[in-house]
Ligand binder design. Structure first.
Ligand code: C2E
Ligand code: MG
Ligand code: MG
Length: 714
């Protein structure tokens, strides 16, 4: 043991950090040495002596105040020298370990966990010796326990988030492999190669969230499967998406009438497939959750399925009376939730429901909570018309809101979709669909807006289908063209930039503007592909101008919220631009205000990183939503683009625009006005100090060739 005298410093430090006490015991010579280390000091040889002394020390500790009551007996038992010797004689090289609770000092009220380890050895003289280490395990145990807890929590979370099961039914090996690859990104998949097998799989798996089925398969095809499934109550409610490579309208209708929720066309597009699957599952689950009870918790109104049930009854019992259905929706309810919290959101719902019930108190009228912020009202056409005449419903809602705690939600706007004189031969769900269809056409600019269903609205559904069917081909066949709209310096009139705006030159429909397809692409995810195409072609155009000796101006590209969502795509923009070899200062990014206003900090952080990479960021449509002027100070952006609404009615808004421009300047941001059509508007904006203008006054968006000429001439 003499070598311990010269323990090197590092060794000491390591030992000191790990052990509070080290003893060396020579059983043969009947002696021990205490190598102790006081805080901050080196190891020193402390007391030594006969083992009896050590024995007494152990037993005094066990009886003293430092040892936890419940461990006293066990401690004595373990440290009893006779016992140790006995164990060593049985197994001379086996280490022993024991853990117990003790206090660090008498002042310390808390117990920690300590471990005593005994490592036996035989020294050079053939003596039976042992090292006894005492180690403070408190921190280690704590972190171990919390790591276990964390693991358990993660496990529980996984279980809770319960990765859903999707059954893929398909006979073609390649199709099934592709579908499996896409779906298993987010779901657990089950596979079956025909309808019959699918029924077997469903028998042994209770919790399938969705079935994805091909129509044409051997043994049992998709149609037969749908029919069989409809007959079997235990699986009838599982939603089904039909996959097919050539659904004609008739085939599609047949599937839908057999209970399919949706149809997806092959070849599969990952984004579309995942987003459809997700939305079908979500829709189904929320309707199941709602149908579990008849009355909704928050509003006390009928739940959606209870509403369906009673509506069905009401309509079938009153065949001779004409009925109307109205679905009312609170515009931008999501913002209310995000800005003021869900509690406020709930209160708003409650108030609206209360007022509805009070106003329409009549047992001929049925009211239900149709969706998150949607209320359905079914009643006789005449009766509802009467109510509508003396309707001061909105004033009453306002009054109640003012009286409640939520009067900060000053501006609640309602949208209403009405389906009048409903066709009683169709299911209530479809009756509601028609009201919703009408509702979707409402653009609540100011005030309350209503739309009434007309047969032509069915055309909209058909339009969406047409767009989705042809978008991929359109991209590969070059039907999308980037147009450029010039931006001019408001003060000098100099050309200073351009905005890239997409156009779809459709072989049958002719020129389509973004309003006709961008909202659809934003929903189904195709927008990301389109935007990548826009960036790539704009970069190529800039490169070509440079190569032809035409000095380019910075081009602004519209970035959709969707583009910012995929984490893996973070570097994509930079990559594309570097690949083509265009300077970042020639590409500006327009990001619409609502992306900033949604309160998603990570999205804003992502925009910040794009700005750090060297892109100029323009906040598009400023003033159309909820963002306050003072918040733009902290936001990653260089320019605000005033919403076109302000310019359209510039006379009315001149004071506001003036304030916005000066405040933006104080905050170090530039201001662009778009939609400038007249000389007067330009003059006003110039006087107000606006930096840049864009609009028909200078030029409409131009196709590449025309804009290239424009560039040359300016
Ligand atoms: P935005 O970014 O606010 O674009 C301005 C819109 O105003 C364009 O409509 C433009 O043609 C129109 N405009 C320009 N000057 C005037 C004017 O003097 N008077 C009037 N009344 N309108 C004017 P457009 O091209 O139909 O685009 C509509 C929206 O579609 C754009 O709004 C933008 O949000 C979106 N968009 C267009 N191209 C793309 C794209 O490539 N990607 C993405 N993600 N969105 C795009
Ligand atoms: Mg824009
Ligand atoms: Mg805009």
């Amino acid at each position: 043991m003499s070598s311990t005298n010269s323990l090197n410093k590092d060794m000491e430090r390591i030992l000191y950090r790990r052990y509070v006490k080290i003893l060396y015991v020579d059983f043969t010579a009947d002696t021990f040495v205490n190598i102790s280390a006081e805080a901050g000091e080196s190891f020193v040889f402390g007391e030594s002596g006969g083992i009896k002394t050590l024995s007494t020390e152990f037993s005094e500790f066990a009886d003293g105040p430092l040892c936890a009551d419940e461990d006293r007996a066990r401690f004595k038992e373990f440290t009893n020298i006779k016992n140790i010797k006995k164990r060593l004689s049985m197994n001379p090289r086996k280490a022993m370990c024991f853990s117990y609770q003790r206090k660090r000092s008498e002042e310390d009220a808390k117990f920690g966990t300590f471990a005593m380890e005994i490592f036996p050895d035989i020294d050079e003289n053939g003596h039976n010796v042992a090292y006894i280490f005492v180690k403070d395990m408190t921190a280690e145990i704590k972190s171990y326990v919390s790591s276990i807890e964390e693991k358990e929590l993660q496990h529980a979370e996984k279980q809770n988030s319960n990765i859903r099961k999707v059954l893929i039914v398909e006979d073609n090996a390649i199709s099934i492999a592709i579908a499996d690859k896409i779906i298993s990104e987010k779901y657990n998949t089950l596979l079956a190669s025909n309808g019959e097998e699918a029924l077997h799989v469903l028998e042994s798996n209770e919790d399938v969230s969705l079935i994805l089925i091909d129509l044409h398969m051997p043994v049992m095809d998709g149609f037969t499967f749908l029919r069989e499934k409809k007959q079997n109550p235990s699986i009838a409610s599982i939603p089904v998406i039909v996959t097919t490579s050539d659904a004609g309208a008739e085939e599609e209708i047949r599937c839908l009438s057999l209970g399919a929720t949706d149809v997806i066309l092959k070849p599969y597009n990952r984004d579309i497939m995942l987003s459809r699957v997700e939305s079908v599952i979500r829709l189904h689950e929320s309707s199941v959750a709602l149908s579990a009870v008849e009355r909704d918790d928050i509003t006390g109104l009928y739940t959606r399925s209870a509403f369906f049930h009673y509506a069905e009854k009401m309509l079938s019992q009153n065949k001779d009376i004409s009925y109307d259905i109205t679905i009312t929706d609170i515009a931008k309810f999501r913002h209310i939730n995000q800005l003021y919290g869900t509690e406020t959101g709930d209160t708003v719902l409650k108030i609206v429901a209360d007022v509805l019930q009070k106003f329409l108190k009549n047992d001929k009228i049925l009211i239900g909570r149709y969706g998150a912020d949607q209320f359905a009202i079914l009643g006789p056409t005449e009766l509802l018309a009467e109510y509508a005449k003396r309707d001061n419903f909105f004033a009453e809602v306002d009054r109640k809101l003012k009286k409640s705690e939520v009067d900060k939600v000053v501006n609640i706007v309602f949208k209403r979709g009405i389906y009048s004189c409903v066709d009683k031969s169709i299911p209530v769900s479809e009756i509601c669909d028609r009201a919703i269809l009408a509702l979707r056409t409402v653009e609540p600019e100011y005030g309350n807006s209503t739309a009434v269903f007309s047969e032509s609205m069915n055309d909209e559904l058909n339009h969406i289908r047409m767009i989705e069917r042809s978008m991929q081909t359109a991209l590969t066949k070059g039907q999308f063209k980037v147009y450029f709209q010039p931006k001019h310096n408001a003060q000098t009139g100099k050309l200073v930039g351009a905005e890239a705006l997409i156009r779809w030159i459709h072989p049958e429909k002719g020129l389509m503007t973004p309003g006709m397809f961008i909202p659809i692409f934003e929903k189904n995810g195709f927008i990301s592909k389109l935007d990548q195409f826009v960036i790539r072609s704009v970069c190529k155009n800039i490169k070509e101008w440079e190569q032809n000796g035409i000095k380019p101006v910075p081009v602004s590209i519209n970035i959709s919220r969707r583009d910012l969502l995929v984490k893996e795509d973070e570097g994509l923009l930079s990559e594309i631009i570097d690949e083509v070899g265009v300077e970042k200062k020639l590409i500006n990014l327009e990001i619409t205000e609502s992306v900033y206003g949604a309160g998603e900090d990570w999205l804003i952080a992502r925009i910040g990183r794009l700005r750090d990479q060297g892109f100029q960021i323009e906040m598009d449509d400023f003033g159309s939503g909820y963002s306050a002027l003072n918040m733009i100070k902290a936001m990653p952006l260089d320019t605000i683009k005033l919403d076109m609404g302000f310019i359209k009615h510039l006379d009315e808004h001149v004071e506001v625009v003036k304030a916005m421009i000066s405040l933006a300047h104080v905050l170090g941001k530039k201001v662009t006005a778009e939609g400038v059509e007249t000389e007067e508007q330009l003059t006003t904006l110039r006087t107000l100090g606006c930096d840049t203008v864009q609009g028909y006054y200078y030029s409409k968006p131009l196709p590449l060739e025309e804009f290239t000429e424009y560039l040359k001439n300016n």
